[in-house]
Design a protein around this ligand. Structure first.
Ligand code: HEM
Length: 430
């Protein structure tokens, strides 16, 4: 095996069609190290079994943000310095960083289990069943004003639908949901840009100098005060029931959980719906099969599994390595980032027959689009319902659907973690 292979993982070509590169990486360099501009090493992991093994081993490959704090302290101690404690702002009880990094996706072990358990008390089977009618109404209502002269941009439609759903789940208005999404995305851009694990004080300074984080904490203060006075059947009211209880949630954990839910619950599902319609339009015989069988639950469930496998929206997830690990192509060092690319795992030819083919009848379909191990997606059942409601609505109401432009000209977003189309204009007729 050559050690000098270089893959271009940032170009438009890659984002428009990453699958040939992933196939080559699976074959030739299943653990591919890449240097970040700040000098850290990120290992791209592309085979199914390797991705699963890493995701299953949260002791060695962790998502725990506290690990970064420990690394930062160690780095400073090595230089004979002591980490200065991060100060709270003048207007908030804690440093801003705590309000956005204290959620279940950045915790492991006991703390993670606590947060996941609290989340599961909300996302019950009963809740999901009760949402079907509400989601169907939203799917129909949106179509009435987004479909113009038989033309629809499925990306815009899907974005609007998913933001409405997550706003409903949280118990905020659609406008507030859109506001939250914008503010949180800005904050995440600041956190992601801090590619230096020894600079928490710098990160805190960036958050404090950018208005979004402080504004958001103020917004959450007001929102939670109102919900405490008048609790509803929504996720924020549910989280507030656990506030300040033994084994419960502190305020910054609640705000953090709301922030992660907006992002995790929106981008993912919003991307899958257009990608699924795109795949169906490219495979008219499979579109016809689903148009004839959309009422059959088993047919739809099988098809949805294939939508999320073939159109995996979360390309890769990161983990920090807690001790040196030897692999064929070198040593993954303590502190290195590993990135199981589940989008590639889901096309692994050793697991899936004709892995590069879209097949809505694929069964079994052991994809890992919703992750694997302790951090398995907490909103999986909601996401499946959202996709089912929208796709079924399209299939049942519109006998004709076709691309409005040339499919070759469609562009995919240039994003390292999420895969979705920039736009998908289609023509539809009843
Ligand atoms: C098709 C849609 C979706 C896909 C493909 C998806 C995928 C994923 C993946 C891959 C992870 C694991 C991340 C990791 O291990 O680092 C994850 C975690 C998570 N997802 Fe989803 N997701 C979807 C929809 C949703 C929705 C609708 C919600 C909530 C409303 C949601 C909430 C979460 C949460 C809270 C976690 C963190 C779980 C934990 O850390 O234990 N997701 N999701």
């Amino acid at each position: 095996m050559s050690n000098n292979i270089e893959y271009d993982l940032q170009s438009d070509n890659f984002f428009n069609n990453p699958f040939p590169t992933y196939a080559e990486m699976r074959k030739n360099k299943p653990f591919y190290p890449q240097k970040t501009p700040a000098g850290h090493t990120v290992w791209w992991i592309t085979r199914y079994d390797d991705c699963k093994n890493i995701l299953a081993d949260s002791g060695v490959f962790t998502r725990d943000f506290n690990f970064l704090t420990r690394m930062a302290q160690m780095a400073q101690a090595a230089q004979g310095a002591q980490a200065a404690p991060i100060q709270a702002t003048t207007t908030t009880k804690r440093p801003l960083i705590d309000y956005f990094t204290s959620h279940l996706l950045l915790r492991e072990g006991k703390e993670h289990r606590k947060l996941k358990h609290i989340m599961s008390t909300f996302f019950t089977k009963k809740l999901i069943n009760s949402l079907k009618d509400i989601l169907e109404k939203k799917a129909e209502g949106l179509m009435q004003y987004q479909l113009q002269n038989g033309m629809l941009d499925v990306v815009q439609y899907s974005n609007a639908f998913t933001i409405q759903v997550i706003s409903h789940i949280l118990g905020v208005s659609d406008q507030d949901g859109a506001f939250l999404l914008k503010q949180i995305s800005e904050i995440l851009t600041i956190i992601d840009a801090t590619d230096n694990i020894s600079s928490f004080n710098e990160l805190e300074k960036s958050l404090q100098s950018h208005g979004a984080a402080t504004n958001l904490v103020k917004y959450f203060d007001k929102l939670c005060e109102a919900k405490l006075k008048n609790p509803q059947h929504d996720l924020i009211s549910t989280l507030l029931q656990f506030k300040d209880q033994k084994e419960g949630l502190a305020e910054h954990e609640i705000y953090s959980m709301v922030a992660v839910l907006i992002i995790a619950g929106y981008t993912t599902t919003a991307h899958v719906i257009p990608s699924a319609i795109h795949s169906l339009l490219l495979h008219p015989e499979q579109l016809k099969y689903l148009q004839q069988n959309f009422a059959d639950e088993k047919v739809m469930t099988t098809a949805i599994n294939e939508f999320v496998r073939f159109c995996t929206p979360v390309m890769g997830m990161s983990r920090w390595t807690t001790k040196d690990v030897k692999v064929d192509s070198g040593i993954i060092k303590m502190g290195d980032i590993v990135m199981p690319n589940i989008i590639s795992a889901n096309r692994d030819e050793t697991v899936f027959e004709d892995a590069e083919k879209f097949n809505v009848k694929r069964d079994p379909n052991p994809h890992i689009a919703f992750g694997y191990g302790d951090h398995l997606c907490a909103g999986m059942h909601l996401a499946q319902l959202e996709i089912k409601v929208v796709i079924r609505y399209f299939l049942s109401k519109f006998s004709q659907m076709q691309f409005a432009g040339e499919p070759d000209k469609l562009k995919w977003q240039s994003h390292l973690l999420f895969r979705g189309l920039e736009s998908l204009p289609i023509r539809m007729e009843k």
